[in-house]
Each structure stands twice: as structure tokens, then as C-alpha cells.
Design a protein around this ligand. Structure first.
Ligand code: DGL
Length: 263
């Protein structure tokens, strides 16, 4: 490894959901090497205390720094909303975070009602509260904790009856309240989009943050002059402290190296 642009982009998530963000970043920046950490052993983060989420986020950051990451994408709303300010103070490396895209939803809503499906940790965070209160006060935000969804995705049970039941339970009250935009505030949830669409139909727009994170990453790497332009040198390593089977299913057809490791 010769220069900083050759170093990988680091990603971490409580588990496999952040691969939805990885895919967007990889699509926009195909020359970049990447290292992805799935802390699946400790998933879900959403019901844990802020202190615990900060502790995990520090551990994950140290891991990625040891692997020479040049920038870190916190591919988890729960970790971003609870820990990114601590990480930015503690480490001298750029961090890109992901938080529920309620501002874009606020700009497109006509019914003035937007739904947010996220974890308890995200919805209860100060950052979420700040962003919500910056919206036009005529807009009502219908918040829903998606308890149980991350667990099922981590187990590879996206197609299960239980998933369908939970999605109905969480989405129906939002439909009844006449939302016209649904914000997916968890990086695991883009994998549920086909099932969500079956329930909410085409009139409610689904908004997630993946492409915005990819654009922001490109912007920061460009401004720091550490974007990789060499087309041939990239590698992609995915580390999991649990089973790599579901991870590999989500990354089908992608040429990546999967590594099971304790961390
Ligand atoms: N992907 C994480 C997020 O975006 C899942 C949180 C969890 O582990 O509960 O919030």
C-alpha cells in the first residue's frame, strides 16, 4: 500500500444491513477498496443504551483503523445518531454518518404527514430529535419503532410470515394517518422494500439514505484529494463476528472476501 488513496473505505454496522449502503457506495465509487465490519454478534444495537452503542462504535472504529481505513462510513443509523459526535471528537479521520432522511421527506410531502420506521435507539436520540424539530411545524412525523425487524433480517428471515406480520402491524397505522412519504431509518430496511411496497402500494414514496451517503463520501474524498482513480487495485473484505452465510447471500454475485473473526 503506497499512498492514502490506495487505502480502503471502512464501513461498520451492527450487522449485515449496512451492506445496503456499501452497495450504493461501491456503485458510485467502483475503484475504491473497502473493508466492512458486521458486528452481528452484538446486533441489534437498537434496544441498547447509548453508552453501549458508543462502546461498540469505538471498538468497530479501532478495528477499521487497524485495517488502514482512510475514511469511515458509519453504515448504521443507530450508531450514527448515538455515537458519531464522540467518534469525531476522538479520532482524526473523516466519518460519514447515516441518519433518517426526514428533511428530504419533509420537502416532498403533500399530505404533510411522513412516516419514519427506525430503531428505538435512533428515534430516542438527540440527533433525531434535533432534525425532527427543524422541520416545518405543519408537518406531522409518525414515528414507529421497527422492533424485531433487524433480528429477522440478521437471521435471513426476510420472506417469513413473522416479517409480514410485523410489517403490517407497523405500516398500517401510518397508512391510516395518510402519510405520503415513508423514511427508512435503518440501513437493514432497504432489504424489505419489495415487502413494504406490497403493503403501502405506489402512492407512498419510500425514502432511504444510501445514495446520499454515497454522494457525500465521493464529495469528501474528492475534497481531501484521496479518491482512488486506479481501476485495477481494489479489494473488498467483509468481516463478521457471527455467521457469514446471510452476508454472502446479500452480496450475491459480488466478488468479495468473507472472513469470520472474533472481535
Ligand atoms: N442497521 C442498523 C441501523 O441502521 C440496525 C440497528 C440495530 O442493530 O438495531 O440502525
Amino acid at each position: 500500500m503506497n499512498s492514502i488513496e490506495d487505502k480502503p473505505i471502512g464501513f461498520f454496522d451492527s450487522g449485515i444491513g449496512g451492506t445496503s449502503i456499501w452497495k450504493e457506495v461501491h456503485q458510485l465509487l467502483p475503484n475504491e477498496s473497502t473493508i466492512y465490519l458486521a458486528d452481528s454478534k452484538n446486533a441489534p444495537y437498537g434496544q441498547k443504551s447509548k453508552e453501549k452503542i458508543i462502546e461498540f462504535s469505538i471498538k468497530n472504529t479501532e478495528f477499521l483503523l487497524n485495517k488502514n481505513a482512510k475514511i469511515i462510513i458509519v453504515a448504521c443509523n443507530t450508531a450514527t445518531t448515538n455515537a458519531i459526535s464522540t467518534l469525531r471528537k476522538k479520532y482524526d479521520i473523516p466519518f460519514i454518518g447515516i441518519e433518517p432522511a426526514i428533511k428530504p421527506a419533509g420537502l416532498i410531502t403533500k399530505t404533510k404527514k411522513i412516516g419514519v420506521l427506525a430503531t428505538q435507539g435512533t428515534i430516542q436520540s438527540d440527533l433525531f430529535e434535533q432534525t425532527s424539530s427543524s422541520l416545518d411545524t405543519t408537518i406531522e412525523i409518525i414515528e414507529q419503532v421497527g422492533e424485531g425487524l433487524v433480528d429477522l433480517i440478521e437471521k435471513g428471515e426476510i420472506e417469513s410470515k413473522q416479517m409480514q406480520k410485523l410489517l403490517y402491524k407497523y405500516l398500517n397505522p401510518m397508512i391510516e394517518k395518510n402519510i405520503d412519504a415513508l423514511v427508512l431509518g435503518c440501513s437493514h430496511f432497504p432489504y424489505l422494500i419489495p415487502h413494504i411496497k406490497d403493503i403501502i402500494g405506489n402512492k407512498i414514496k419510500i425514502i432511504d439514505s444510501g445514495s446520499a451517503v454515497a454522494r457525500q463520501t465521493k464529495k469528501i474524498l474528492t475534497s481531501l484529494d484521496i479518491l482512488q482513480n486506479n481501476k485495477n487495485n481494489f479489494t473488498h473484505e467483509f468481516y463478521s463476528n457471527k455467521n457469514t452465510k446471510i452476508l454472502s447471500e446479500l452480496l450475491n454475485n459480488k466478488k468479495v472476501k468473507l472472513i469470520k473473526q472474533n472481535f
